[in-house]
Design a protein around this ligand. Sequence first.
Ligand code: PHE
Length: 340
Amino acid sequence: MENKLREIRERVLAELSEARGTSKLEQIRVSVLGKKGELTGLLRGMGQLAPEERPRMGQLVNDVRRAIEEELEKKGAELKEIEKNARLEAEAVDVTLPGPERSAGSMHPMNIALNRMVEIFTGMGYEVVEGPEVEYDHYNFELLNIPKNHPARDAQDTFYINENTVLRTHTSPVQARIMTTRKPPIRVICPGRVYRADEADATHSPVFHQMEGLVIDENITMADLKGTLDEFARQMYGEGISTRFRPSFFPFTEPSAEVDLTCANCHGAGCRMCKGTGWIEVLGAGMVNPHVLEMCGIDPKKYSGFAFGFGVERVALLRYNIPNLRYLYENDLRFLTQYR
Ligand code: PHE
């Protein structure tokens, strides 16, 4: 037994001095001092010794155990320190590394187009005003010379909230709100969302955007309207882009025109975008109907004015040669991030 103890002591101490990690130490500890460990086994076998041998052997076993425990402790502290240093080194942050790349967002082409439009008109002295999207029939229709049962109501497939309230079908009700609350001179633009019960397709969406313009002062003529829109076309799309007025009808303007812009894609030569005509229809416009001025409390003998209503999507599509309205609404980042 004595030999066995000596052998254990030498072997285990040698093993300990070679151990390379705290987990190895623990393994050794269990195999020697654990419940089923070698030394524990010996201790249990003491019962078979002659009674007078027992105290000495007990002493010896305890000596061996203490020696091993001491060594375990010393080695353990050493290895822990080494492991801690290794961990600190591994976790060290290299503050000189470049930071993670942050991708900058890009503007939606609609916003770019709208911002540019607003910039151009405010540059000409216009003020931006807004109105509600849930609108009274009174402003959306009545004050714009579209009484109940007027056929023009059918042309704008209206979403009704109730008998007197609609989702505005155009931005023109903002005109009516401004005319009833302000005195000329008036020079405003009114961008915003409008709603029509249309099927969605390449050129229609039940929700889209318009930008209304309204100017009222003394001696305002159709020439001012034409000059204003030509200047807008030039600033928005560049030299060589101008407007073409086609006679049309809106109950709230007289005379009225549908206004085309030179196709920015082919500069008027004719292409697929403009279906070979060289022109693209972008807005409705006209001189404010004197009857509308009167209903809104402005003296038509003293004042005259013009109004126009842009389809903002049209302006954006034309600006970027986008063939289908849906691209603007599908939120496909591969599409959207192309525009700055
Ligand atoms: N509100 C008209 C529409 O939505 C456009 C328009 C605005 C026409 C202003 C004339 C003047 O179709």
